[in-house]
Ligand binder design. Sequence first.
Ligand code: BG6
Length: 494
Amino acid sequence: MPQPCTVVIFGATGDLTHRKLIPALYNIAADGDLPSALTVVGFARRDKTDDQFREELGDALKKFSRQTVREEVWENFTQSIFYHRSEFGDAEGYTKLAERLEKIDAERGTRGNRLFYLAVAPDQFEDICLHLKKSGLNKTREGSWARIVVEKPFGTDLPSARKLNATVSGTFAEKDTYRIDHFLGKETAQNIMVLRFANAIFEPLWNHRYIDHVQITASEPLGVEGRGPYYEGAGALRDMVQNHLLQLLCLVAMEPPTDLTADSVRDEKVKVIRSLRNMTGAEVAENVVRGQYAAGAIGGKDVQAYRQEERVNPGSMTETFVALRLLVDNWRWAGVPFYVRVGKRLPKSSTEIAVQFMSAPSVLFNKGGAVLDQNVLVIRIQPDEGISLKMEAKMPGAAIRIEPVKMDFHYGTSFGKASPEAYERLLLDAMSGDATLFARRDEVETAWKFIDAIEDAWHKPPAPPPLCPYPSGSWGPKEADELLQRDGRAWRRL
Ligand code: BG6
């Protein structure tokens, strides 16, 4: 259980607070994993009383909570929530916040421990960090702590990420800085290390001698859902690949860390990003496909093209789909392609990692041109979290007929309870001072360096590669299929 503390949420009237943060805190409390002194202070610009704030959060909680809301638990929890009105750039608002936090410490026993959560757009970071520093809120008394949690997007390229990092590090030490990547909080993402390093059977095979290739897919049927202005400046590569997908790739490709401390794990992950083969403009054209959804149908319902979405430029060149062929240039992975694809308005919601093993030698059952399926280990991140292993088996009967079968592990049935939401785990970790599932400064910057080279090739002359349209409800542009066909492979059917 974390120590008692006050969680100060900047941007407390926003979507993230309503949809994720408060539901996560409530669910941790409902599971009995929060100290009773835990206090939440919402910091935002709108005028509101504590009671109004609590009521709004209560309404949102009913919609977004993982577990059914138990009135008595919420009633109790709601007493620990307060609202603090201030502009983000108003020095007095911070002086008053400091006084209020002192009072809360005295009355509620939060012991001077503070978790500042920036659920705001990155252009507010500077003001907030500056004022936290000026008001001394980043300083702690002996035996207490102050940490900052920062939401994505953490920059839009390497220079902007460096600038944000400089801003945050002027106020908080790296050890007290928690950069959220909510994919790392997903139960199955956390299980990748356990699968690899708590079992003896996989690690000997986990290299270029036995693995043919790896596919990582994150598909969503949703479109941009009113986030046009943000998405126009981001696109799928920055929105999903720079952070979530590269993080998953790191967990699959990293070497075993020397121990499970945050820095040992993150040291290994950053080495993977550093080993990604950088691409020249011509290589980007060959190895990266970008697409944009056109009109189509999802689940029998007609949906409009990206360019017709609200607050999207009708001539937009922003990608809503990207497929990449990546190489990790190190001893373990030499020559093994990692195919990564991510897209909006695809037929179904599915995030998975598929590790495809080499074919069995062509001497017995697959002799003389007979083709056998390759073994595939699939890690399903969501939905239906679990792991399956495809292998060949003989069909019952006199003749030798071989068919692929699956060994399947489902979290839901094996453990009999739903997995916690990613934000529950991440908030608990930040309160407990465990930064393992948060991105370190060098991880973020190295990832941007890699992504920037692709963005440059897309946006700079002489010949930016085409933006390939795909109908909503399809699996992306045909060029993405061709990317694998050229290597004699195909995307898995999900
Ligand atoms: C966010 C992206 O980080 O992740 C969204 O900004 C995306 O565009 C979302 O939809 C996907 O997360 P999840 O947890 O719903 O798979």
